[in-house]
Design a binder for this molecule. Structure first.
Ligand code: HEM
Length: 206
């Protein structure tokens, strides 16, 4: 085994603020939606918490975005443009997660500095970070002050559309917050990828 540096400091700071922020957003979001059924904190406290952490997460998103935009590390996010190659790598990775890992086979993806994500991670993270998180931020800001953003809300199809999109993406993230750490625990030891997201260094086979 040897160590390679894969997660620069801004990415690690962004990631852990983001992770704890998302847990807070999901919990306060559930409280806002199900007031009367769940009464852990007051409606006002839940809304204030949701708004405050929401703006922290928007600012934090720009830390991630600007870091990658102005760094050569953006190469880890460049999509595979040959669909067949991407499809085969994704299928191999799914086969490993669903079968090979239980048979003690080795991970078909070898981590390197500019290729730290496997095909499934690469596609998921692109969709999450470049589509779902930005849409969730924009719909969240619109819902934060519906009077001020009345014309923008009307332009996007009305309050019901904005709210539905926000709730659907919320449901996605409520599932993601369990599936993503589970998949992240499938390194050569259960804690290997977590340690890497703290120290920056990933251990790879020689
Ligand atoms: C309990 C919460 C979370 C834990 C324990 C966790 C854990 C991890 C770990 C260990 C990694 C590095 C290994 C890997 O790529 O699989 C990682 C990467 C990543 N996570 Fe999370 N995560 C959490 C929440 C989130 C959330 C809420 C998001 C997005 C909304 C997210 C997005 C990402 C992204 C985009 C990466 C790749 C970062 C990069 O290197 O550019 N994570 N996570």
């Amino acid at each position: 085994m040897h160590k390679i540096f894969v997660h620069p400091l801004p990415v690690r700071i962004w990631h852990w603020i983001n992770a704890f922020g998302f847990i807070t957003m999901i919990a306060s979001g559930i409280q806002i939606r199900y007031i009367g059924l769940i009464d852990v904190i007051s409606f006002k406290t839940a809304v204030d918490m949701h708004n405050f952490v929401g703006f922290v997460l928007i600012a934090n998103f720009f830390v991630w975005f600007l870091f990658y935009l102005f760094s050569d590390k953006i190469r880890v996010y460049l999509p595979e443009l040959r669909p067949m190659k991407h499809f085969i790598a994704s299928f191999r990775q799914m086969k490993y997660y669903g079968y090979g890992i239980f048979k003690g086979q080795t991970n078909p993806h070898q981590v390197s500095v500019y290729h730290k994500f496997n095909a499934l991670q690469s596609m998921t993270y692109q969709i999450v970070m470049l589509l779902l998180v930005p849409i969730q931020c924009v719909t969240g800001v619109l819902l934060w002050d519906v009077e001020r953003f009345q014309s923008a809300i009307t332009l996007t199809g009305g309050l019901r559309v904005v709210d539905t999109v926000h709730v659907l993406i919320f449901i996605f993230f409520a599932g993601f917050i369990f599936i993503h750490p589970y998949l992240a625990s499938l390194g050569h030891t259960w804690s290997a990828h977590f340690k890497a997201m703290i120290t920056g260094y990933e251990e790879v086979e020689d």
